[in-house]
Design a protein around this ligand. Structure first.
Ligand code: PLP
Length: 428
C-alpha cells in the first residue's frame, strides 16, 4: 500500500469521503487521491515522495507558483505580530485600496474568508439593495455552496451529479432562476416575463466550473443592458477569473463593468480570503453603514491580508500576464497537437491563464449542454495516464486548468511529452 492509500483509508473513518472538499476524493475518476506533503514552484510532492507538475494550483490561487518566497516571508513577518486581532488593522486598508485600484469598478470592498462567503454576501446585498427576492444564475456556473446558488451548479456539484443539493429547501430554490450560459435570446424572454422581480444576475464571466467556457461576443454586454433596463444588479463572480485572465479580471478583458464583483483564490495568495465590492452607493447598504447584515470573525485577518498583498504586488509587475498567457497558449496548443497526432478528438479553450481541454469532436464548446456531452471515459483514462506520468490535472472533466508563472519551458516540454504518450495509449 502507498502512504496515500494508508492515509485515505484512515481519513474515511473520520472525514466524510476522506476529504474536506468533494472533488479531491477522485470519485469521478476513480482511484486514490494523492496526499500532498509539500509544494514548491510548479510542483507538488506526495507523501510517497513522488513529484508532480501541478496544473490545479490549489484550484487557482497559485498563479505565482507554490511556496512563493515573497508571500511566505510576508506571512512569517505578519505572524510575528499576532495571528488575529478581531479589530481593524492597517493591512486591510492597504488591501481595499489596492483592490480598488486594480479593479476600478470595486469602489468599495469588503473582505471575507472564502469565495462562498463573497458570493453569498453579494447576493444578499443585491436583494437588500433592490428589495427583490429572485436571482438569476447560469446552468453549470458554480458560485460556492450557499443555498440559493446550489441550483444547477457546476464544479464538484456537477462532477458528482448533484447540481441541486438535497438540504436546499424548495422554498429557497424557487427564487433562483437558471438560464443557459451564452444564450442571450433565452435571457431576454426570461426578463420580459420576470425582469421586474429579478434582484441580480450572477455570472462567471468566463465559466470555469463546467470546464472552461468563454463568453460569446456580446453576451456579457447583453447582461449589462438587461440589468440596466430592468434595474437589476449585475454581479460578476470573478473568484476564479479575478487576477487570472488579466490583472483587472474578465471585466477588463471584455470591457463590461459589473455593479458588484466577487473575488477569491488569487487575492489570498493561498490563504483563505474572499472579497466583494462594487459601486459605492450599493456597498453603503452593508452594515454598519446600511441595514444589510454581513460580518466575519476572521475577515481581514492580518496573515491573510499580508499574503494577499504580497501576491497582488507581485502580479502587478509588468509582463506577468503576457508571460502567463504565452505559457498557457503553448501548453494548450501542444496538447491539441499531441491529441491530433494520435487521432483523439479534443478541443481547447483559453482565456489568459485559464484553459479547458474537452474530449469532444465539436469545434467550439460554448455551453453546459456541450460540456456535459464530452467523452468522460476518455478524460478519466487520460487523467490517470497523466498522473502516472507525474502530471497533476484536475480530477474532473468539469474544471478549468491553471498554469503558474513558475512553470518552466522544461516543465511544459515534459508535460507535452507525457501527453503525447498518454494520447498514444488512449488511441490503442
Ligand atoms: N465562485 C467561483 C467562480 C468559484 O470557482 C468558486 C470556487 O471554486 C467559488 C465561487 C467558491 O469559492 P470557495 O471555494 O473559496 O468558497
Amino acid at each position: 500500500m502507498t502512504q496515500s492509500e494508508v492515509l485515505f483509508e484512515r481519513a474515511q473513518h473520520t472525514i466524510p469521503g476522506g476529504v474536506n472538499s468533494p472533488v479531491r476524493a477522485f470519485k469521478s475518476v476513480g482511484g486514490t487521491p494523492i496526499f500532498i506533503e509539500r509544494a514548491d514552484g510548479p510542483y507538488i510532492f506526495d507523501v510517497d515522495g513522488k513529484r508532480y507538475i501541478d496544473y490545479i494550483g490549489s484550484w487557482g490561487p497559485m498563479l505565482l507558483g507554490h511556496n512563493h518566497p515573497e508571500i511566505r516571508q510576508a506571512v512569517i513577518n505578519a505572524a510575528e505580530h499576532g495571528l488575529s486581532f478581531g479589530a481593524p488593522c492597517p493591512a486591510e486598508v492597504d488591501m481595499a485600496e489596492l483592490v480598488s485600484k486594480l479593479v476600478p469598478s470595486m469602489e468599495m470592498v469588503r473582505m471575507v474568508s472564502s469565495g462562498t462567503e463573497a458570493t453569498m454576501s453579494a447576493i444578499r446585498l443585491a436583494r437588500g439593495y433592490t428589495g427583490r427576492n429572485t436571482i438569476l444564475k447560469f446552468e453549470g456556473c458554480y458560485h460556492g455552496h450557499a443555498d440559493s446558488l446550489l441550483v444547477k451548479a457546476g464544479s464538484g456539484a456537477l462532477t458528482l451529479g448533484v447540481p441541486n443539493s438535497p438540504g436546499v429547501p424548495d422554498d429557497f430554490a424557487k427564487y433562483t432562476l437558471t438560464a443557459e450560459f451564452n444564450n442571450l435570446a433565452q435571457l431576454e424572454s426570461i426578463f420580459a416575463e420576470k425582469g421586474d422581480d429579478i434582484a441580480c444576475i450572477i455570472v462567471e464571466p468566463v465559466a470555469g466550473n463546467m470546464n472552461c467556457i468563454p463568453p460569446v461576443p456580446g453576451f456579457l454586454q447583453g447582461l449589462r443592458e438587461l440589468c440596466d433596463r430592468y434595474g437589476s444588479v449585475l454581479i460578476f463572480d470573478e473568484v476564479m477569473t479575478g487576477f487570472r485572465v488579466a490583472l483587472g479580471g474578465a471585466q477588463q478583458v471584455y470591457g463590461v463593468t459589473p455593479d458588484i464583483t466577487t473575488l477569491g483564490k488569487i487575492i489570498g495568495g493561498g490563504m483563505p480570503v474572499g472579497a466583494f465590492g462594487g459601486k459605492r452607493d450599493i456597498m453603503l447598504h452593508i452594515a454598519p453603514t446600511g441595514p444589510v447584515y454581513q460580518a466575519g470573525t476572521l475577515s481581514g485577518n492580518p496573515l491573510a491580508m499580508a499574503a494577499g498583498l504580497a501576491a497582488l504586488n507581485a502580479i502587478s509587475q509588468p509582463g506577468v500576464y503576457e508571460a502567463l498567457t504565452a505559457k498557457t497558449t503553448q501548453l494548450i496548443e501542444g496538447l491539441q497537437q499531441a491529441a491530433n497526432r494520435h487521432g483523439i478528438p479534443v478541443t481547447t479553450n483559453q482565456v489568459g491563464g485559464m484553459f479547458g481541454l474537452f474530449f469532444s469532436s465539436e469545434q467550439h464548446i460554448t455551453n453546459y449542454q456541450q460540456a456535459t456531452q464530452c467523452d468522460i471515459e476518455a478524460f478519466k483514462r487520460f487523467f490517470h495516464l497523466m498522473l502516472a506520468e507525474g502530471v497533476y490535472l484536475a480530477p474532473s472533466a468539469y474544471e478549468a486548468g491553471f498554469i503558474s508563472l513558475a512553470h518552466t519551458e522544461q516543465d511544459l516540454a515534459d508535460t507535452l511529452a507525457a501527453a503525447d504518450r498518454s494520447f498514444k495509449a488512449l488511441a490503442t
